[in-house]
Design a protein around this ligand. Structure first.
Ligand code: HEC
Ligand code: HEC
Ligand code: HEC
Ligand code: HEC
Ligand code: HEC
Ligand code: HEC
Length: 361
């Protein structure tokens, strides 16, 4: 895959933006020196920072600040910590909770099936012309249901880009929430996630379309010291799941991949046509072996009906139990190598076998 000249300019811009940020001494937290992150005239030492300029007079854009040419996944600049989601020179050894976009970028081989293809990082997906398992049709063509990597000119809202489509509630100056407490509107909800906000909703505005949850302080860079607590939900396989009412992480995904949960082909069969999600993880049988309340495995996460008081019986299967969201190193954005999992293949605690503890031997 070749870098288009436009892409090249973007990559150069990303590096310039990072260098500019890094040149700032003791970059303060979001409450710190405005000039660390904002530029009043979009210039520095005669250098034009960006041809198009950034929103709210920022020195960079979403990707510029959240990418890194080294291997760090949290860039510490004085008191400011920038969580990195795109390492431009290699898949990091300590990716954050959402994974990393490296593999879908040209530098990482442009492997479309390893992640969401996002504008500014990769071309549109070569195999998928819309979100798989979406309730496709009805005015969603030429929207974020078709691609998160379309050139801006083809979007209805020319300001839209992949990062903003999923993180519609972004609020970098939001309030800090006490450890272990649920995120709020004032803090930008869970990781700024939501859909159909007034800013980027494509004409449909749903203020209650946000994701709830409890955030881990280091974005799970080191899951042994703490982990995210996702908002789960318990839903029947026939039900369309609404983000506005459940605020669950899975309902966020089904906003674009509804059929990953619903049995739309034949809702009368009464059986799951897809792998169950938004059901409780049974406490008996082969599932008894995995107790995420006392021994959580961040490689096989679960959601909770009440994230502030995680209780074994309230643990639920979520889309993120098997998938990463930004990108990973395996097809279908899976957290682990599915092709390496064989029934009767010998004792294993990984992937499918974490929950299906008796299918390995
Ligand atoms: C660590 C980076 C950082 C620092 C430091 C920072 N900002 Fe921001 N600011 C952002 C980002 C990112 C956005 C845009 C995205 C958003 O609103 O979440 C933003 C948005 C804004 C906005 C528009 C949105 C809003 O919340 O009103 C204003 C106004 C603003 N900043 C003012 C300031 C001022 C004044 C200072 C210094 C006291 C400052 N910022 C320091 C990162 C920063
Ligand atoms: C000027 C640099 C800068 C820009 C531009 C910027 N961010 Fe950030 N972002 C930061 C920093 C610094 C943090 C870490 C704040 C903290 O410590 O919680 C952050 C945090 C985040 C988080 C994690 C929030 C959480 O709850 O931990 C998300 C998601 C995010 N940014 C998305 C975006 C998106 C989407 C955009 C574009 C609209 C964007 N950022 C633009 C600097 C930036
Ligand atoms: C398909 C939706 C989607 C897209 C596109 C997306 N994100 Fe995210 N992002 C998420 C979700 C979901 C999480 C929470 C992951 C978790 O907690 O497991 C997240 C988490 C984050 C975090 C916190 C670190 C982490 O890994 O948990 C940052 C920072 C962030 N995103 C920035 C970005 C930026 C910058 C872009 C564009 C390059 C982007 N995101 C594109 C859905 C998305
Ligand atoms: C705003 C719409 C949107 C949201 C929200 C969204 N996706 Fe996607 N997803 C897409 C689109 C568009 C594609 C197809 C193009 C691509 O891969 O980027 C896709 C592709 C995928 C694929 C196939 C990857 C491949 O390239 O083969 C998986 C798996 C996936 N998404 C899982 C998720 C999960 C899990 C979540 C929630 C954490 C989620 N998605 C949230 C739009 C979305
Ligand atoms: C138990 C693990 C598991 C859970 C939970 C799970 N998936 Fe998947 N998903 C997979 C596997 C494995 C594949 C690879 C294809 C296959 O085996 O069907 C896949 C494939 C996909 C694809 C690509 C399908 C295609 O046609 O290319 C999408 C999109 C997707 N999943 C979205 C979701 C969403 C959204 C949820 C939550 C509602 C979810 N998944 C829950 C394991 C899971
Ligand atoms: C987070 C835990 C978890 C993970 C990881 C997981 N499963 Fe499941 N799986 C479940 C639960 C819970 C059920 C429903 C069991 C029940 O209700 O009896 C289930 C059911 C199933 C079923 C039967 C579906 C039906 O309709 O009866 C199959 C087949 C299956 N899983 C395969 C897989 C495969 C293959 C993987 C790895 C890609 C996987 N599972 C990963 C929790 C998990």
């Amino acid at each position: 895959m070749f870098l288009t000249s436009k892409r090249m300019i973007q990559v150069v811009f990303v590096c310039v933006a990072m260098l500019w940020l890094m040149a700032q001494e003791g970059l303060a937290a979001v409450s710190g020196a405005c000039s660390n992150c904002h530029t009043m005239h979009n210039s520095q030492d005669g250098l034009v920072l960006s041809a198009s300029g950034n929103d709210t007079l920022l020195v960079s854009n979403c990707i510029g600040c959240h990418s890194c040419s080294g291997s760090e996944t949290i860039v510490n600049l004085g008191p400011t910590r920038i969580p990195i989601v795109f390492n431009t020179t290699g898949y990091p050894t300590k990716p954050l909770a959402g994974g990393n976009f490296y593999d879908v970028a040209a530098a990482g081989g442009g492997i479309d099936s390893h992640g969401h293809n996002v504008y500014g990082i990769s071309n549109p997906d070569g195999d998928l012309d819309h979100a798989p398992l979406d309730l496709w049709g009805g005015g969603c063509t030429n929207s974020c249901h078709a691609s998160l990597a379309m050139p801006k000119s083809s979007m209805t809202d020319t300001k839209i880009d992949g990062c903003k489509i999923c993180h519609q509630k972004y609020k970098h100056h939001g309030t800090d929430i006490a450890a272990g407490s649920m995120e709020t509107e004032a803090s930008g909800w869970y990781r700024f996630l939501g859909g159909h906000d007034a800013r980027y909703g494509g004409g449909i505005v749903m203020p209650s379309s946000y994701v709830a949850g409890v955030e881990d302080a280091d974005w799970e860079q080191d899951p042994t010291v703490g982990h995210n607590s996702y908002q789960g939900a318990e839903m029947n396989h026939n039900d369309n799941v609404l983000l506005q009412s459940t605020h669950s992480i899975s309902a966020f995904c089904t906003g674009c991949h509804a059929q990953a949960h619903m049995d739309t082909e034949d809702s009368a069969t009464g059986v799951w046509l897809r792998h169950p999600t938004m059901i409780r993880l049974p406490t008996n049988g082969e599932f008894a072996e995995y107790d995420p309340e006392t021994d959580y495995d961040a490689d096989v996460p679960v959601g909770w009906l009440n994230p502030t008081t995680p209780t074994r019986s309230d643990a639920v299967v979520t889309c993120l139990s098997c998938h990463l969201v930004h990108g990973g190193q395996y097809p279908d954005m899976l957290r682990w190598d599915y092709s390496a999992m064989s029934a009767g293949g010998g004792e294993s605690d990984e992937g499918c076998f974490k929950c299906h503890s008796c299918k390995d031997t």
